[in-house]
Ligand binder design. Structure first.
Ligand SMILES: O=C(O)CCC(=O)C(=O)O
Ligand SMILES: [Fe+2]
Length: 247
């Protein structure tokens, strides 16, 4: 039944699907994998503060993030989960569910790390530079980030790991994938990055109000971005791009 309804929701209206959640034990494992990678990395870049980070934990990371140069120490490469985590995630029930919807899929590796890229983000409360502008992921691919296997299309998956519904997380513009929005390419951190050419205020993005463990699956032309955190805690989320058979 689901199989029949989900694909038209992605390509047609509204351009996304939100009726999928992780089991609580799966969420707990994802939290563990992210925490582990976060702390191991902090150990390498700020060994004398690692105890402090460990005590405070991921959700309160913003209270001590001044101990590192936050804006430079978290490039995507250090936020891509290791292979053992990817292998375990691959066996989880929400992945089975996704394969039920879309058929077997690969996960993209546009940074060429040699494995499927499942990666996380940290967005601290009241830090506008922790989120980027509204965008469609398709723009990145169009600007040359990564290559898509023949006869496959991209579908994106975003999961709230630590989120405060309506205060932090993912925002998007329903039905926006049906239009070609103007953007330009700007050179940033050595890459051509897309920058939307429409004032964001006119687009009225809405919140994905999912609880931790809730998933949004969306069309790669859907306009979306991160909300500036208005809650108490650091938001942590996980994302990946599926290469699926076109339908
Ligand atoms: O989580 C964010 O702040 C942005 C997420 C995003 O752009 C994506 O999942 O493609
Ligand atoms: Fe995106």
């Amino acid at each position: 039944m689901r199989k029949l309804i989900i694909k038209p929701k992605i390509t047609g209206l509204p351009g996304f699907y939100t009726d999928l959640s992780l089991k609580s034990e799966e969420l707990a494992r994802l939290r563990h994998f992210i925490h582990d990678q976060w702390l191991k990395y902090l150990k390498t870049i700020a060994p004398k503060h690692v105890k402090r980070f460990e005590e405070i934990g991921l959700e309160r990371y913003h209270e001590v993030s001044h101990l590192v140069d936050h804006s430079s120490v978290w490039p995507k490469k250090v936020r891509i989960l290791p292979q053992n985590a990817v292998s375990e995630i691959r066996k989880m029930s929400f992945i089975n569910q996704l394969e039920d919807y879309f058929g077997q899929f690969e996960i993209s590796d546009e940074e060429n790390v040699g494995r499927e890229e499942i990666y996380w983000r940290l967005v601290r409360p009241n830090e506008k530079n922790d989120v980027g502008p509204l965008h469609a992921d398709a723009w990145f691919w169009d600007l040359g980030h990564g290559t898509v296997p023949n006869n496959k299309v991209r579908v994106k998956v975003w999961i709230g790991i630590y989120v405060e519904p309506g205060l932090s997380g993912f925002i998007y513009v329903p039905e926006s994938h049906l239009k070609d929005w103007p953007y330009r390419s700007v050179l940033k951190d050595g890459f051509n990055k897309p920058l939307i050419d429409v004032s964001e205020g006119s687009l009225n993005p809405v919140f994905f109000k999912g609880e931790p463990g809730d998933v949004i699956i969306f069309h790669d032309k859907l306009l979306h971005g991160g909300a500036i955190g208005k809650g108490e805690n650091t938001r942590v989320s996980l994302e990946f791009t599926m290469f699926v058979k076109p339908w």
